[in-house]
Ligand binder design. Structure first.
Ligand SMILES: Cc1ncc(COP(=O)(O)O)c(C=O)c1O
Length: 445
């Protein structure tokens, strides 16, 4: 066989193996990865033509298609408008933009748009070392691509949160155009309502990156950014929100100030940063919005309960889960310090060898330049929750993890137990098995 054929066959084989490995045989605890329902997957497969189309153009202040530069848009514009409206209804806001292909893209358009609208290049953000996403930081998108000047919120490592009082002083002194909340290592609601008035005082827009917690917000837990005074929410659509990979921006066009912001963000989407917008994900996004509308509250509550149960159980069994005094977490994630067991890199690899997939993670007090040697793990429970894990299942999973972390059993031996245990949880709950099932459910309702 020539090299080309050989490569192709290996590609298909690896793709098939991946599907079986991660979907069937592994327990997935990466905090940034969601789990799509069969109905969401079906909607993706129904959009194979749409997936290849273009819809460049402008939208109006309700997020609807206003002008398109391509022909053949008869149904495409309807699809974009309907999925936009489903997201607006779910998050009770007047404007949404679903053209973003990722959370990073949503941040790019928002930070560019808001800094333009505010005529101010300063942005106050959570320090990268304390859980912000690289796209918020001067070393990433915000600084190195958009040229924004970052000023850090003051962060309390003890509280694992932004120190509202001290950050108020920072905002007053810096007079930024944007104050940003939200993050990747995100255990407790950020003090939006405490700092909203201060941001207003200096004329800053308030942005909230909900990438990790969008599904929790949809389910009415964690925090409600809009009612706390956020102007714009940016997000991925595939973490706790269990949709297709993509991004979204949400807001309320309630006055001239917000209209100006939304128009600037829209310009930052098209023409500045998007040409094709991965339209094939839009029907699936709508299915996920429907599922979260119907089942999101129950899913979000159980997800947080499972994360808290894991925190408590691991802690009681001698694993240093952070923030014990605060109940470990109010989100889908916990942060664990495993320096006593060889550090995050070793433990994450041992767990992977047992088919339990977690992230190694730098903790705020680690040497931030030594990225390869973090003492922590970040563990997320949204995937297992959607597969039906309840508290007793979480404790059993923790027992398997503890036996690996403490070196009591060989990972290869635990792997067999993990594969057998996972077999009980290969049905996705809190959602629909097919698009037809969703339609029938709605007809009966
Ligand atoms: C807080 C936060 N914002 C943005 C992103 C980027 O999201 P995406 O991977 O959709 O670009 C992430 C990724 O995990 C994140 O944690």
């Amino acid at each position: 066989m020539d090299d080309f054929a050989d490569l192709f066959i290996k590609l298909i084989e690896a793709s098939r193996n991946h599907e079986h490995y991660r979907d069937v045989e592994c327990i997935n605890l990466i905090a940034s990865e969601g789990l799509k329902s069969p109905a969401v997957k079906q909607a993706l497969s129904l959009a194979s033509d749409l997936e290849g189309r273009y819809a460049e153009g402008e939208n109006d202040l309700e997020g609807h298609v206003k002008k398109r530069y391509y022909q053949g848009q008869k149904y495409m514009s309807l699809i974009e408008n309907y999925s936009t409206d489903l997201m607006k209804k779910l998050f009770k806001c007047t404007w949404a933009d679903v053209r973003l292909v990722s959370g990073t893209h949503a941040n790019l358009a928002t930070f560019k748009g808001l800094s333009t609208a505010a005529k101010n290049r300063k942005m106050v953000v959570t320090p990268l070392s304390c859980g912000a996403h690289i796209s918020h930081d001067y070393a990433g998108l915000a600084g190195s691509v958009l040229g924004l000047e970052n000023i850090n919120h003051v962060y309390s490592i003890e509280e694992f949160n932004i120190d509202a009082e001290k950050s108020a002083d920072v905002i007053r002194a810096a007079k930024p155009g944007i104050v940003t909340f939200g993050g990747s290592l995100f255990l407790f609601p950020h003090p939006v309502k405490e700092l909203r008035a201060v941001a207003e005082e200096v004329g800053a827009y308030v942005a909230y990156d909900a990438s990790h917690v969008l599904g929790l917000i949809a389910g009415g837990v964690f925090q409600d950014p809009f009612s706390e005074g956020v102007d714009i929410i940016t997000s991925s659509t595939h973490k706790t929100f269990p949709g297709p990979q993509g991004g979204v921006i949400l807001g309320n066009a309630k006055d001239a100030r917000m209209e100006k912001a939304i128009k600037a963000i829209q310009f930052a989407i098209f023409p500045l940063s998007a040409s094709n917008t991965h339209l094939g994900r839009l029907p699936a996004l709508g299915v996920a919005a429907l599922e979260m509308n119907l089942f999101g509250a129950e899913l979000a509550r159980q997800t947080v309960k499972n994360a808290q149960t894991a925190g408590q159980y691991l802690y009681e069994h001698g694993i240093k889960v952070l923030c014990e005094k605060k109940g470990f977490t109010r989100s889908h994630q916990i942060a664990v310090d495993v320096c006593d067991f060889g550090g995050g890199k070793k433990v994450a690899q041992d767990l992977e060898d047992a088919n339990i997939i977690v992230n190694k993670n730098l903790l705020p007090y680690n040497n931030q330049n030594d990225r390869d040697n973090p003492s922590g793990l970040r563990i997320g429970f949204q995937d297992v929750t959607r597969r039906g894990f309840r508290e007793s299942d979480i404790k059993h999973l923790c027992d398997l993890m503890i036996s690996v972390i403490k070196g009591k059993r060989k990972p290869a031996e635990v792997k067999e137990d993990v594969i057998a245990f996972k077999k009980e949880f290969n049905h996705v709950k809190y959602g629909f098995q097919s698009v037809e099932e969703a339609i029938n459910y709605l007809k009966k309702a």
